[in-house]
Design a protein around this ligand. Structure first.
Ligand code: NAD
Ligand code: MG
Length: 389
């Protein structure tokens, strides 16, 4: 059997690490052919050595030059940097699948380049679809390539849909852990520090998505991601809080049956499903055994204490560039919060005010979306400079 060639963008991150576990355990089916990361050269070099990878991209130019100068990567390694480096990796002839797992919207251009080159996309970077889902999905349809969801909720939906015809599906129900502040009062939320927001009860993930999970902006981004991945109307996507993160999401069929996907809260299950799709093989870690009592709890989300989720839903319903504005403002605000320049409630306030400052239009093309993305970031940064959040 031919091995699938895998390119891993974001190889040193949390999704990257879990992808490597899956690739290591399935070396009879999968071959890592290219890896990329932001700026940390050493862990990338270690991965290149272990998997014998010949194509490497380090986005940060200086880190790339330093690594080259000190001979960190062997002479057999083809090293490049910048967005061109990422695009080159995404389109490597020996790659069949591009795993897009870089932070934020950095993955947009490599995703489009990979689609153009006919590669299957294993998408972790939800922000790519929130920013430009309409154009990315249209490009994938035009090329006849699949965009397979790595995000655990969307992977669960994909598994529960199992190719069902659209008219049989009533709704999809995304589960949300609710994060570390699920039961905290609004008054206490004002004092939340970055250190507290970076402690997720169930999942170990990168900093940005961990903060997004605590504000539930992550679930908001996932609403919009689901809309594009599954071609759903906004009213067909529901969010339910499920603190145990065992049921990863559900699909409700028109006859009232609801199907769910369950597994422990680890990304290896979703990653393996996507990388081996449509084949199934034993997983890399134990699944649920039901030997002990396990309570699964479900409750509606509180949109008053989690305004980011409300704003995301409103943006999705408003359509046009609103989701892109939501995403850009959130990215800038989270960075400012992590840098201790704004308070925790400042994140949702900034998103709200940025949305109010930018006229919502239907973008005609990708360039217009990217322009709005830049303007939204500027507006959020200006707001941070001028006011106290
Ligand atoms: P992370 O911070 O752990 O890792 C990010 C990776 O991206 C690192 O390898 C980093 O070097 C790389 N990177 C950063 N900037 C880059 C750039 N300019 N060019 C190339 N590479 C760059 O993040 P993560 O938790 O692995 O999340 C990655 C993506 O996956 C995010 O979009 C996140 O929303 C999504 N996601 C993550 C999880 C999870 O469990 N961690 C679950 C679902 C979705
Ligand atoms: Mg998720």
């Amino acid at each position: 059997m031919n091995k699938k060639g895998i390119v891993l963008l974001g190889a040193t991150g949390s999704i990257g690490e879990n992808s490597l576990r899956v690739i290591r355990a399935n070396s009879d089916r999968l071959k890592l052919v290219g890896i990329a990361s932001g700026s940390r050269a050493e862990p990338l070099a270690a991965i290149a050595r272990e998997f014998g990878v010949r194509h490497v991209a380090l986005f940060d130019e200086k880190s790339c030059t330093d690594a080259q100068n000190c001979g960190l990567f062997g002479t057999e390694v083809n090293l490049s940097s910048g967005i061109d480096g990422l695009n080159r990796l995404a389109t490597l002839p020996e790659a069949d699948v591009a795993v897009v797992a870089v932070v934020g919207t950095m993955g947009l251009h490599p995703t489009l380049a990979a689609i153009e080159a006919g590669k299957e996309i294993a998408l972790a970077s939800k922000e790519v679809l929130v920013l430009a889902g309409k154009f990315v999905m249209a490009a994938a349809r035009a090329k006849g390539v699949r965009v397979l969801p790595v995000d655990s909720e969307h992977n669960a939906v994909f598994q529960c849909l199992n190719g069902a015809p659209e008219h049989e599906v009533a709704r999809i129900i995304l589960t949300a852990s609710g994060g570390p502040f699920l039961n905290l009062s609004w008054e206490k939320m004002a004092a939340i520090t970055p250190e507290q927001a970076l402690q997720h009860p169930n999942w170990s993930m990168g900093a940005k998505i961990t903060v997004d999970s605590s504000t539930m902006a992550n679930k908001g981004l996932e609403l919009i991601e689901a809309r594009w991945l599954f071609g759903m109307e906004p009213g067909q996507i529901k969010v339910v809080v499920h603190p145990q993160s065992i049921v990863h999401s559900m699909v409700e069929y028109v006859d009232g049956s609801i199907l769910a996907q369950l597994s422990p809260p680890s990304m290896t299950f979703a990653i393996q499903h996507v990388l081996l799709f449509p084949e199934r093989k034993p997983g890399v870690e134990p699944t649920l055994t039901f030997e002990d009592t396990m309570n699964l709890e479900f409750r509606p989300p509180d949109l008053t204490r989690f305004p980011c989720l409300r704003l995301a839903r409103e943006s999705m319903e408003a359509a046009g560039v609103a989701p892109a504005v939501f995403n850009a403002a959130n990215e800038v605000a989270v960075e400012a919060f992590l840098g201790k320049r704004i308070s925790y409630p400042g994140i949702s306030d900034l998103i709200d005010q940025t949305l109010q400052n930018i006229e919502n239009l239907e973008p005609a093309n990708l360039e217009e979306v990217l322009d709005i993305d830049r303007s939204a970031r500027r507006v959020t940064n200006d707001l941070i400079k001028k006011h106290e959040f």
